[in-house]
Design a binder for this molecule. Structure first.
Ligand code: NDP
Length: 510
């Protein structure tokens, strides 16, 4: 299961293009590279081997306030919101090209900082450039409507930027989550204060350096590297921030929503999931097994939309589980820089312990451990590696069935008929994603339409498109990112009425 040895990555070489101040990777505020006001720094750790990668400025609330000041000035007094859509698009196309030009560097930064295998960070970097390109294109497309109202009025709408957007993102897709938020916001004429996860800020800093090279006006993009409890909360609570967009855990989403009440700022929340993957006995066997593996073990299960509950028809159960476990045991787990690696580490020791806690809970609650369930040692002992894990014979009241584990842990549930499959699929507080595998087209559509989830797949798992909306039902979030929905979420709609018969109304007597 463990991968072979490979040459050790050279962190200095990979991070050579990152700015430094006194040896520390700084933040980007108001077009300047700056350290935290109180001088605090944080060592970033490679989760594959526990080694320090770099020291980064650790923002506090005061630094977040500085970034909000810079963004406020850029929006209220700067040129950005008044630029033409064509000019914004031209710059964003240049960002896309620069991300493509530096693809290898972005891949290696995220693999070094977050442990993801290169095959995953390559996908992220390609998709990030395409996301900028998609929104650059969308900026110049029609966004308003006209309305056939009674004469003498001509009524139409325009979409305008919301203003200063606070954007708080997690560590599982450091570059891609930043881009999903920045690209639509900037295309629509907003300015941004981005707070990456304190664990994985480096690719966002590299992106900011590209913005500097391309001479974006100061304050249009600000990157604040610091913890959520201080820097993140200051952004969510600020009365000078007009919108907060958040991706992360449901519990954090709740506290961000509360903080946002300070000025009733607009909110978008992309939260957690416990997504069902329903497999009927008539499914194409090899395809369903393959996507069941990909659904849960891609990015070591640290994916909001992971197919973490396999709901399989009883008639297929034994054969399916046998093959699934056989393949799970063969997954090559290891350092993301090893080209043979198929699954990387858990992001941090804290999160690894959290995942291990769920594995212990599964065992003590009586689920049957089919494979995995242990931390990997040997040459992987210094990293946070957990073997691909499958629990069978679960019941709906178990914590491992109801709660998001966010790790390489699959739970298996069994059903006898279509109604039971649907009932099980919808039986959590979450509603982010879900899939169904069957050769019966009508059945696939019936089940998908009953699934209470925002992102669904038939006979596949995980494909994600910049063109299509992304977001959840129930406690998986509020609003949608990507596609035209993602653009609209960064705009206010203004109604404009023009009187075509300019004369007094005569309502009051003269
Ligand atoms: P968290 O919710 O802990 O953190 C996400 C971000 O929020 C981080 O930048 C974090 O800062 C920040 N944050 C934490 N507390 C606060 C606060 N009180 N106020 C403001 N910001 C705060 O999630 P994780 O980083 O642990 O990511 C994993 C979670 O994210 C999973 O539950 C997963 O489901 C969800 N997720 C959802 C996605 C979706 O599209 N729906 C996509 C990816 C992940 P810091 O960490 O620096 O302290």
């Amino acid at each position: 299961m463990q991968s072979a040895t490979h040459s050790r990555p050279n962190a200095d070489e990979i991070l050579a293009n990152l700015p430094r101040r006194s040896g520390v990777v700084p933040m980007f505020i108001g077009g300047e590279w700056t350290l935290a006001a109180d001088g605090v720094t944080r060592d970033l750790i490679n989760p594959s081997n526990g080694r320090v990668v770099a020291a980064v400025a650790e923002a506090g609330a005061a630094d977040a306030e500085r970034a909000i000041d810079a963004a406020r000035a850029a929006f209220d007094d700067g040129p950005w919101s008044g630029t033409s859509a064509a000019d914004r698009a031209a710059l964003l196309f240049k960002v896309a090209d620069a991300v493509d030009r530096h693809r290898d560097e972005f891949m290696r930064i995220d693999t070094l900082n977050g442990g993801k295998p290169l095959r995953e960070t390559e996908y992220d970097a390609v998709d990030a450039a395409n996301c900028f390109r998609y929104y650059a294109g969308l900026a110049t497309k029609p966004h308003g409507q006209t309305f056939d109202v009674p004469a003498p009025s001509q009524t139409f709408t325009v979409r305008e930027p919301i203003g200063v957007c606070g954007q708080i993102i997690p560590w599982n897709y450091p570059l891609l989550m930043a881009v999903w938020k920045l690209a639509p916001a900037l295309a629509a004429g907003n300015v941004c204060v981005l707070k990456p996860s304190e664990l994985t800020p480096l690719s966002a800093i590299r992106l900011a350096a590209i913005f500097e090279e391309l001479e974006f006006p100061p304050g249009v993009l600000n990157v604040v590297t610091g913890p959520g409890a201080t820097a993140g909360n200051a952004i969510a609570a600020s009365t000078r921030v007009d919108k907060v967009a958040f991706t992360g855990g449901t519990k954090t989403g709740r506290s961000i929503m509360q903080a946002a009440t300070s000025n009733l700022k607009k909110i978008s929340l992309e939260l957690g999931g416990k997504s069902p993957n329903v497999v009927f006995a008539d499914a194409d066997f090899d395809t369903a097994v393959d996507y069941a593996l990909f659904g849960i073990f891609a990015n070591a299960g640290q994916v909001c939309s992971a197919g973490s509950r396999l709901i399989v028809e009883r008639a297929l159960h034994d054969r399916f589980l046998g093959r699934l476990a056989e393949r799970a045991r063969k997954i090559r787990v290891g350092d993301g820089f090893d080209p043979q690696t198929e699954m990387g580490p858990i992001i941090s020791p804290v999160h690894r312990e959290r995942v291990e806690g769920y594995i212990a809970a599964g065992k003590s609650e009586g689920a049957e451990l089919v494979c995995g369930g242990e931390r990997l040692g040997g040459e992987l002992a210094d990293g946070n590696f957990i073997a691909p894990t499958i629990f069978d014979r679960t019941s709906r009241d178990m914590r491992i069935v109801q709660e998001e584990i966010f790790g390489p842990v699959l739970v298996v549930q069994t059903f006898d008929d279509e109604a039971e499959a649907i009932r099980l699929a919808n039986d959590t507080i979450y509603g982010l994603a879900g899939a169904v595998f069957t050769e019966d087209v009508a059945k696939a559509h019936r089940v998908i339409r009953k699934m209470r989830a925002g992102i669904t797949w038939i006979n596949t798992y995980h494909p994600t498109y910049n063109e299509a909306p992304w977001g959840g039902y129930k406690q998986s979030g509020i609003g949608r990112e990507l596609g035209t929905y993602g653009y609209d979420a960064y705009t206010e709609v203004k109604q404009i009425n023009v009187n075509l018969d300019v004369a007094p109304s005569g309502w009051f007597s003269d």
